[in-house]
Write a protein that binds this ligand. Structure first.
Ligand SMILES: Cc1ncc(COP(=O)(O)O)c(C=O)c1O
Length: 409
C-alpha cells in the first residue's frame, strides 16, 4: 500500500478470457486447428478464421486525409457532426420527445465509466445484472462503488419481480438509483427484452423516482447485431420518463462498425427537463477532458460517413454477418434442443451461455478443455462465443458438450 490509493482493491483482474484463449492457441499449434474448438474469442470472425473488418468502414478509413487523422476533435465532447450522426443512428424511426445530448466517449466503456464517476459518490450502490459483462463489477470496484445484482430469468422470461425487489431495497437505503441494463442482445446470454418488459421497467422506475433520482443506463453495445427489424422500438417508452429520471444510452462503434480498437462510442443523455441535462452534460464534459481529453477524430469522421453516404452499402455488408450469426446460433440451439443441453434463453447476439451449477463450473470448464473445447466461465454459466466459431465447428458441438457434461455427473 505504499504507492496506491488507500481505497484501492488490490486483487488482480480476474482473467477469464485471455488465459484460456492462449491455451486454445497453444492447443491448436500442437493438435491442429481442426481438432480444437476455440469458443473464447468475443469478436466477430468469418468462416475463414478472419477477424471481420467491414470493407465499407475500412476502405473509407484508410483513405482519410492524414490531417483528418492527425487533428484533435472539435471539442472535448466530440464533433457536432458526430453527435448528429449518433442521434440519427440510434433513434432511427423513434419519435423522441425528450431533451437529448450526445458526448463522444472512449468506446462504450468510456460512456459507462464517465456515468459512474460523475453521477455516483464513493460507497454508493449500483444495480447490475447477475449474469453480465464482467467490466461492470470491475468499474464499480475501481470507483469505490458497491454492487447489487438482479437475477435475469424467471424461466424463459425476465425476472421483473426480483428486479423490483432489488431496486426497492437499494432505493430505501440510499434514496437514489443507478441501474445498468444491457439490452438488446445481453452479453453473455443473448437474451433480449420484449416491449412489454421495457414498458413495465419504465413504469416502475417512474414510481421509484418519487422517492429519489433514478438513473437508467442502457448499454446498447450490441444493438446493431440484433435480429429484429426495429431493435430500438422499445426506446419509444423512454418518452414516458418522469422529471426525476435520467436515461443514458451507452453506444459503441466497436461492434457496430467492427472497430474495437478505434475506441469510439458515445453517452447519449435523455431527460424531460433541459436544466437537468445541462447540469449532467457539464460534468461529463469535465470528466472527458480530465480522462481522455478528446476522442479519435478519424473514428468519428468514419462513423459520420457510414451514417450518411456509406449507409446502404454498410447495411448490405452487415446484413450478411447478422445472417451468419443467425445461422450459427440456430444450428447450435437446434442441436442443444435435440440433446437437451441446457442454456439460458437466447434470442440474438454474439454469445450463448450454458446453465452450469456454480459448484461444478471450474471442473466442467477444465473437462471441456481436456476435450480440446475452450470456453469462458461467466457467473452461473459457461459462455460459447458463436461470433467467432465457424459453422463446421458448431455442427455437433452441443452433442459433444452434453456428452462431456453427462460423463462428469
Ligand atoms: C456488454 C458490453 N458493453 C460494452 C462494451 C464496450 O465495448 P467498447 O468499450 O469496446 O465499446 C462491451 C465490450 O465487449 C460489452 O460486451
Amino acid at each position: 500500500m505504499k504507492f496506491i490509493r488507500k481505497m484501492a482493491d488490490q486483487s488482480p483482474i480476474e482473467d477469464t478470457v485471455f488465459k484460456v484463449a492462449k491455451a486454445a492457441k497453444e492447443d491448436i499449434k500442437k493438435h491442429g486447428f481442426e481438432n480444437v474448438i476455440d469458443a473464447t474469442i468475443g469478436t466477430l470472425y468469418d468462416e475463414d478464421r478472419n477477424l471481420v473488418a467491414f470493407n465499407t468502414v475500412y476502405d473509407y478509413f484508410k483513405n482519410l486525409d492524414k490531417k483528418t487523422i492527425a487533428t484533435y476533435a472539435d471539442s472535448f465532447v466530440g464533433n457536432t457532426s458526430y453527435h448528429d450522426a449518433v442521434q440519427t443512428w440510434v433513434f432511427k424511426n423513434v419519435a423522441l420527445k425528450l431533451n437529448s445530448k450526445v458526448i463522444a466517449t472512449s468506446g462504450g466503456t468510456g460512456a459507462i465509466s464517465l456515468s459512474l464517476t460523475n453521477l455516483m459518490d464513493s460507497n454508493d450502490t449500483i444495480i447490475i445484472p447477475e449474469i453480465g459483462w464482467g467490466s461492470y463489477k470491475l468499474m464499480a470496484q475501481q470507483f469505490n462503488l458497491n454492487v447489487k445484482t438482479y437475477s435475469l430469468f424467471q424461466e424463459e422470461q425476465f425476472d421483473l419481480k426480483n428486479f423490483k425487489e432489488v431496486c426497492l431495497a437499494v432505493l430505501q437505503q440510499q434514496k437514489k438509483l443507478f441501474i445498468i441494463i444491457n439490452d438488446p442482445c445481453h452479453n453473455p446470454t443473448g437474451f433480449s427484452f420484449n416491449q412489454k418488459t421495457w414498458q413495465a421497467i419504465i413504469e416502475f422506475i417512474n414510481e421509484c423516482s418519487k422517492i429519489g433520482p433514478c438513473i437508467l443506463l442502457n448499454d446498447i453495445a450490441y444493438i446493431d447485431f440484433s435480429y429484429q427489424d426495429t431493435p430500438n422500438g422499445y426506446m419509444q417508452h423512454f418518452n414516458q420518463i418522469s422529471d426525476n429520471v435520467l436515461i443514458i444510452l451507452a453506444f459503441s462503434i466497436s461492434k457496430s462498425l467492427t472497430s474495437y480498437g478505434l475506441r469510439c462510442g458515445a453517452a447519449i443523455l435523455l431527460t424531460q427537463k433541459k436544466e437537468h441535462i445541462d447540469e449532467v452534460y457539464t460534468q461529463f464534459e469535465k470528466g472527458a477532458r480530465s480522462l481522455w481529453s478528446n476522442i479519435n477524430n478519424a473514428a468519428m469522421e468514419t462513423f459520420c460517413y457510414i451514417a450518411n453516404g456509406g449507409y446502404q452499402n454498410y447495411i448490405k455488408e452487415k446484413t450478411n454477418y447478422v445472417q451468419l450469426l443467425k445461422d450459427r446460433s440456430s444450428l447450435f440451439l437446434q442441436e442443444a434442443k435435440q440433446c437437451q443441453l441446457q442454456h439460458y434463453p437466447y434470442h440474438e447476439g454474439f454469445f450463448i451461455t450454458l446453465i452450469v451449477d456454480e459448484n461444478h463450473k471450474k471442473r466442467i470448464h477444465q473437462t471441456f478443455m481436456d476435450h480440446h473445447i475452450y470456453t469462458v466461465m461467466v457467473n452461473k454459466g459457461i459462455r460459447i462465443a458463436i461470433c467467432s466459431l465457424p459453422m463446421h465447428k458448431i455442427k455437433g458441438l452441443a452433442y459433444k458438450l452434453k456428452q462431456i457434461l453427462d460423463s462428469i455427473k
